[in-house]
Design a protein around this ligand. Structure first.
Ligand SMILES: Cc1cc2nc3c(=O)[nH]c(=O)nc-3n(C[C@H](O)[C@H](O)[C@H](O)COP(=O)(O)OP(=O)(O)OC[C@H]3O[C@@H](n4cnc5c(N)ncnc54)[C@H](O)[C@@H]3O)c2cc1C
Length: 498
């Protein structure tokens, strides 16, 4: 497709914005349509009680000196538009077991990983070395992560690629407690025992091994950098207006219509929404086979989350460059708890610009299934009723009381709390059942990845439901979506020259 074409992108989250930035830089006309007042989706920040909080994203990967995402940022000219803070390489994660009050401060950084963990679990050194090598082998199968020429679908070569993540860890590590420590990062991919494939675990683990980081002062600075890139190349971002219809003619998309009645002519459409949302917008069902239309019904959703964002009183709590994981016990690493028991919690003190010794905010994320809030599923934001507010208060109090075993100063240090539930995530992003990571990746799924091309030649997919969720997964999928428009390897070759 030639660069003088106009491409309409539905959804201004990470996937939509990265596609918009790449395409506008390459000279295409770009219009991003975003339903919320600000673009960013799970990459957005908000201000409450005079503090800055984030809606979703808390950990970035691929930003090390030669990292895949850093190269994309360099290509887009936004490398210096936001501030990243690396995790502490000696004490990347603190895993706290609530039942026996055991704390493990461990390095997840590549060159310290084996030494750090085998100093606590000496008998596991050989297993840890084999585990780290196996993570590397699985990652070799994900060509996009290495910015290598990519076939339409990843072709797994490693025998571990589609092994369930818990079995993958168990294959190399015999100590149950160490297995739980390694599994604790599964909060970042909504891991399900016996279901989530090892490649997802390896992707998140390798992000830490290669040097994970956070954005200071709110992740919206990254969304703003992408939006700025789109606008500086002549692209348009329409906010506060939802896309609701895709018109077609002769088997191709011709325009997108929004809730306010805007009609935007399109030479191509990219949808970053879940597949069912895109399918429901297309005016002609016959363009998609029955099998394709039923994919969303066959997919399950990843777990959602209960989020606690707290403003911390001045000088009441130390800031930390570690990520915290609370596990009730060893079994809680893969617990199927609905969230109500708060057996598994990820927490941290998010960095601010010019971060000092003390924390300004604290964030905790408890994986939570939709069923915990489904009784309020027909309510809307601000009108969910007293029972829902009581539920949120009780849930926050429970999680904070659990965390206080690891962080005794926490309850007293909190000045004010804002909470979000799976309902908030569903209504804010449009993700079915508030899924934190899009469709559930299942190692038994015959179609684990969706192609970015659809049956309609000028409708493309991007976003967390296609290949993989998260900062790296969604950004790299956007590269793949753009390559479907440019032609294979056009962009990959450019990125590899940087
Ligand atoms: C609580 C939480 C914590 C997370 N933590 C991390 C983390 O630490 N690290 C990490 O890498 N990943 C994390 N993730 C996952 C990551 O945030 C997502 O995978 C990623 O941001 C998804 O990007 P996306 O563009 O696919 O979707 P989204 O960010 O959901 O964007 C979709 C956009 O489309 C818009 N939209 C929906 N319907 C319409 C419509 N009809 N018309 C127009 N616009 C529409 C939405 O408003 C939204 O802005 C987390 C997610 C959550 C929820």
């Amino acid at each position: 497709m030639k660069p003088d074409k106009n491409i309409v992108i539905i959804g201004g989250g990470l996937g939509g914005l990265v596609c918009g930035a790449i395409l506008s830089k390459e000279g295409y006309g770009v219009t991003v349509v975003e339903k919320n007042a600000k673009a960013g989706g799970c990459l957005q920040s908000y201000s409450r009680f005079g503090a800055i909080f984030d809606t979703g994203m808390h950990v970035f990967g691929g930003m090390n000196a030669d990292g895949n995402i850093r190269r994309i940022c360099r290509y887009l000219g936004i490398e210096d538009s936001f501030t990243t803070i690396d995790f502490d390489t000696d004490s990347t994660a603190e895993v706290f077991f609530g039942q026996d009050k055991e704390r493990y401060a461990v390095s997840l950084s590549g060159d310290r990983f084996v030494d750090s963990l085998s100093s606590i679990f000496p008998s596991q050194r050989a297993g840890l070395e084999r585990y780290k090598d196996a993570v590397g082998r699985v990652m070799e199968d994900l060509d996009l992560f290495h910015l290598r020429s990519t076939p339409r679908m990843p072709v797994p070569r490693s025998e571990d690629f589609l092994t369930p993540a818990d079995a993958f860890i168990g294959k190399y590590i015999t100590d149950a407690r160490l297995r739980a420590i390694l599994a604790s990062v599964n909060i970042l991919y909504g891991g399900v025992k016996g279901t989530t494939p090892a490649y997802l675990h390896c992707a998140i683990t390798s992000i830490f091994l290669n040097g994970a980081c956070r954005v200071a002062g709110g992740y919206s600075t990254f969304a703003d950098a992408l939006a700025g890139c789109i606008k500086s190349h002549g692209g348009v971002i329409i906010t506060g207006d939802a896309a609701c219809a895709i018109s077609t003619s002769g088997g191709s998309a011709t325009s997108v219509t929004t809730a306010s009645g805007r009609r935007i002519e399109a030479d191509a459409v990219i949808s970053s929404l879940p597949l069912e949302a895109m399918l429901s917008m297309v005016d002609d069902d016959r363009l998609f086979s029955r099998t394709y239309r039923t994919i969303p019904q066959k997919k399950r959703d990843s777990v959602s989350a209960f989020i606690i964002n707290a403003k911390i009183k001045p000088d009441a709590m130390e800031y930390s460059d570690s990520i915290g994981f609370y596990l009730e016990g060893t079994e809680a690493a893969w617990s199927a708890d609905q969230g109500m028991k708060a057996e598994k919690i990820m927490y941290m003190t998010p960095p601010m610009i010019g971060q000092g010794r003390n924390a300004e905010t604290f964030c905790a994320i408890v994986p939570m299934h939709w069923e915990a809030v489904s009784r309020w599923e027909s309510t809307t934001h601000g009108r969910r009723g007293d029972a829902y507010h009581r539920f949120k208060q009780e849930m926050a109090a429970l999680a904070i009381s659990k965390l206080s075993a690891s962080l005794p100063s926490l309850p007293e240090a909190i000045e004010a709390i804002d909470t979000a539930s799976p309902l908030t995530i569903r209504d804010y992003t449009g993700a079915r059942r508030g899924a934190m990571c899009g469709y559930l990746n299942d190692c038994a799924d015959p179609i684990p990845f969706l192609p970015v091309n659809t049956r309609v030649p000028n409708i493309f997919l991007t976003g967390q439901n296609v290949n993989m969720h998260g900062f790296c997964g969604v950004t790299l999928t956007a590269v793949q979506t753009c390559e479907a428009i440019f032609g294979r390897d056009y962009l990959i070759n450019k990125l590899n020259l940087l």
